[in-house]
Design a protein around this ligand. Structure first.
Ligand code: F6R
Length: 241
């Protein structure tokens, strides 16, 4: 694993932005796996800046997002569709038809998950997967469990996740109870992986990913078996290494 520790979040954003754009410069029709959450926001900002400077062209790029809530309108403030539009898609030239999300409103969610895996395969697989990590080691919506969930699947959100996420909604009752997510196998098949982790509350998970036992109790620990993982960390996230 390639572990890079930076002084500031801004530096991580710049480095991660270059890393993602470097992939696109090397292979203009790259397939990018993208994440929501606070960790990648600055990377997206710098990808937009590089695009505006004319340094990178996304017109041949294809994207697959990691996850989405179920039964939430895609235009809802809290949908991951909205997040991605606001943080990246509205400002770069990725063709609309090349942008892919799991459809959490599909009538048959199992079939939707199988079709998503198929679409990733048809696109030639993910060239680079950008990830955040939960303080409990979750990646995408793959929470600590007894076994690794291999492919895209439906997850029932935990009480604690619903409670945490309720701060973004008017009430707890409005928080979706389920989500659709890429699985651990879908993520592990990406050719390269870039993880961004910020803050002390990620330190334990990062320590486990780098030095700990590989266990579904810390889903991200499986990344030890991937041959091309780069971690971009701030000093707090790296404090237990
Ligand atoms: C986002 C995702 C989540 C986040 C993780 C970290 O699409 O799948 O696993 O990456 O919860 O979130 P932040 O970056 O907000 O700390």
């Amino acid at each position: 694993m390639n572990v890079l520790v930076f002084d500031t979040e801004e530096q991580i954003g710049i480095a991660a932005g270059y890393y993602m754009c470097g992939q696109v410069l090397q292979k203009p029709d790259s397939v990018l796996g993208l994440a929501t959450g606070s960790s990648p926001i600055r990377a997206y900002k710098h990808m937009i800046q590089l695009y505006r400077q004319g340094a990178v062209d996304f017109s041949k790029v294809t994207t697959f997002n990691l996850d989405e809530y179920c039964r939430l309108d895609t235009h809802n403030e809290n949908s991951y569709h909205t997040f991605m539009r606001r943080q990246l898609f509205d400002y770069v030239n990725i063709p609309e038809e090349n942008i892919h999300f799991l459809n959490g409103n599909a009538a048959d969610l199992e079939a939707e998950c199988a079709a998503y895996e198929q679409k990733i395969r048809q696109a030639g697989g993910i060239d680079i997967q950008l990830l955040g990590i939960g303080s409990n080691g979750h990646i995408a919506f793959n929470e600590p469990a007894d076994a690794f969930q291999r492919w895209s699947h439906v997850v029932a959100l935990r009480e604690s996740t619903i409670r945490d996420n309720s701060r973004f909604f008017n009430s707890e009752a409005e928080v979706p109870t389920h989500a659709v997510t890429m699985g651990i196998g879908s993520i592990m098949q990406a050719k390269r992986i870039l993880i961004i982790a910020l803050g002390e509350k990620k330190a334990k998970a990062i320590q486990q990913v780098i030095d700990g036992q590989v266990t579904p109790a810390c889903p991200a620990s499986i990344l030890q078996f991937h041959t091309d993982v780069t971690l971009m960390l701030d000093k707090d996230a790296a404090s237990l290494l």
